[in-house]
Design a protein around this ligand. Structure first.
Ligand SMILES: [Zn+2]
Length: 76
């Protein structure tokens, strides 16, 4: 799997990362993050699915997962 979704432990921003890199930098708080120390919430090879997964994890953290899934289904 090439891409993953992580959550910044410092500011809780949900972020898509390239898993071939060892570190990433949070775009919100600027903290350097070591990927091996982070939980990978979702893994995929597709950029499109990565974007969808970022939305999904965001919704989950907000407690809106059910709502979000319903939105996805209504689009199909
Ligand atoms: Zn952050």
């Amino acid at each position: 799997m090439k891409f993953g979704v992580i959550v910044c432990p410092n500011c809780k921003k949900v972020k898509g990362v390239d898993l071939s890199c060892k570190t990433t930098k949070c775009s919100r708080c600027g903290k350097a993050l070591l990927l091996e120390n982070l939980k990978i919430f979702y893994k995929t090879d597709s950029v499109g699915k990565l974007q969808q997964a970022i939305g999904l994890v965001n919704a989950e953290l907000d407690g809106r997962l059910k709502e979000f899934k319903e939105t996805l289904q209504s689009k199909n």
